[in-house]
Design a protein around this ligand. Structure first.
Ligand SMILES: NC(=O)c1ccc[n+]([C@@H]2O[C@H](COP(=O)([O-])OP(=O)(O)OC[C@H]3O[C@@H](n4cnc5c(N)ncnc54)[C@H](O)[C@@H]3O)[C@@H](O)[C@H]2O)c1
Length: 254
C-alpha cells in the first residue's frame, strides 16, 4: 500500500513499539497521528516526525472520538490503525496479600482489550468512507498487539493474558466482518521485546527471560516489531491471522 500522504493512527506511540512504528511509517511519508495517554512524549514525537501528537485514553469513548475527529479533520480518514497502547500487570489470583485486586483486573482489560476494540470500532466508521485502492479494492488495515501471554501466560499474568487472549479472539471475527469494506485485521503477538515495559523488570529477570529465547538468544527490538507492521500493511494476503514474533519462545509457568 502506498502510504504517502495517507493518515495512519498509532496508539501507545509515546513509547516502545508504538513509537518505533510511528517512526517507521513516517519514513514512508505517511501522515502519522501518534496517540498516547501520556501527552508529552507524543507531542515531542509529532514535532520530530511532522505529524500529529494527541493525548488520548484508548479506553474512553469520548477521548477516542475526539482524537479521531481531529485526525480526520487534519489528515483525512485513516488508512492504517496500529494498536500498541497497553499496560502490564503481575498479581496472583489468590496471593499472600489476599485476592487479586478486582480494580487492577478491570483496568488491564479496559486498556488492552476494550481500548483496542474502542479504537477499531471508531476508526472503522471513518476507514470505510475511504475510496478503495488497487485491484482488490482495499480501504485499509488494522493491526493489533496481543502477546505470547495470550497462549502461555505465566503465574501472575491472569489479567494480562485474559486481555491479550481477547485481542487474539476478536481478530478473525473482525476480519470477517470488515472484509466487506476492504479492511483487513491482523494481530501481532510479540514475545519479549526490549521496550520500557520490559526494562521496568529487574535486570536479572530480563536476562533470565532473554536466555529462554531459543534463537536469537536476546530480546526483540521495537523496530523488529515495526518492520513486521510495515510488512503486514504491504502484504494484503495477511488477514484474520495472529502472527507470533518471538524467536520461538514458549513462556514457562513462572
Ligand atoms: N515489551 C514486550 O515484551 C511486550 C510483549 C508482548 C506484548 N507487548 C504489548 O505491546 C504493546 C506495546 O508495549 P511496549 O512494550 O511498547 O510498552 P511501553 O510501555 O513502552 O508502551 C506502551 C504505551 O502505551 C501507553 N498507554 C498505556 N495506557 C494507555 C491508554 N489507556 N491509552 C493510550 N495509551 C496508553 C503508555 O503511555 C505507553 O506509552 C502493549 O500492548 C504490550 O502489552 C509488549
Amino acid at each position: 500500500m502506498d502510504l504517502a500522504e495517507q493518515a495512519v493512527v498509532v496508539t501507545g506511540a509515546g513509547s516502545g513499539m508504538g513509537k518505533a512504528t510511528a517512526c517507521r511509517l513516517a519514513r514512508r511519508n505517511a501522515l502519522v497521528a501518534a496517540l498516547d495517554i501520556a501527552a508529552k512524549p507524543v507531542l515531542a514525537l509529532a514535532q520530530e516526525l511532522g505529524g500529529l501528537g494527541i493525548e488520548c485514553d484508548v479506553g474512553s469513548e469520548s477521548s477516542v472520538r475526539t482524537a479521531i475527529q481531529r485526525v480526520v479533520a487534519e489528515f483525512g480518514p485513516p488508512r492504517v490503525l496500529v494498536n500498541c497502547a497497553g499496560i502490564a500487570a503481575a498479581q496472583r489470583i489468590s496471593g499472600r496479600k489476599g485476592p487479586h485486586d478486582l480494580g487492577l483486573f478491570q483496568k488491564v482489560i479496559r486498556t488492552n482489550l476494550v481500548g483496542t476494540f474502542n479504537m477499531m470500532r471508531l476508526v472503522a466508521e471513518e476507514m470505510k468512507q475511504l475510496d478503495p485502492v488497487g485491484e482488490s479494492g482495499a480501504r485499509g488495515v488494522m493491526i493489533n498487539t496481543a502477546s505470547v501471554a495470550a497462549y502461555e501466560g505465566q503465574i501472575g499474568q491472569a489479567a494480562y493474558s485474559a486481555s491479550k487472549g481477547g485481542v487474539v479472539a476478536l481478530t478473525l471475527p473482525a476480519a470477517r466482518e470488515l472484509a466487506q469494506f476492504g479492511i483487513r485485521v491482523v494481530t501481532v503477538a510479540p514475545g519479549l521485546i526490549g521496550t520500557p515495559m520490559l526494562h521496568a523488570m529487574p535486570e536479572e529477570v530480563q536476562a533470565s527471560l532473554a536466555s529462554q529465547v531459543p534463537f536469537p538468544r536476546r530480546l526483540g527490538s521495537a523496530d523488529e516489531f515495526a518492520a513486521l507492521v510495515e510488512h503486514i500493511i504491504d502484504n494484503e494476503m495477511l488477514n484474520g491471522e495472529v502472527i507470533r514474533l518471538d524467536g520461538a519462545i514458549r513462556l514457562q509457568p513462572e
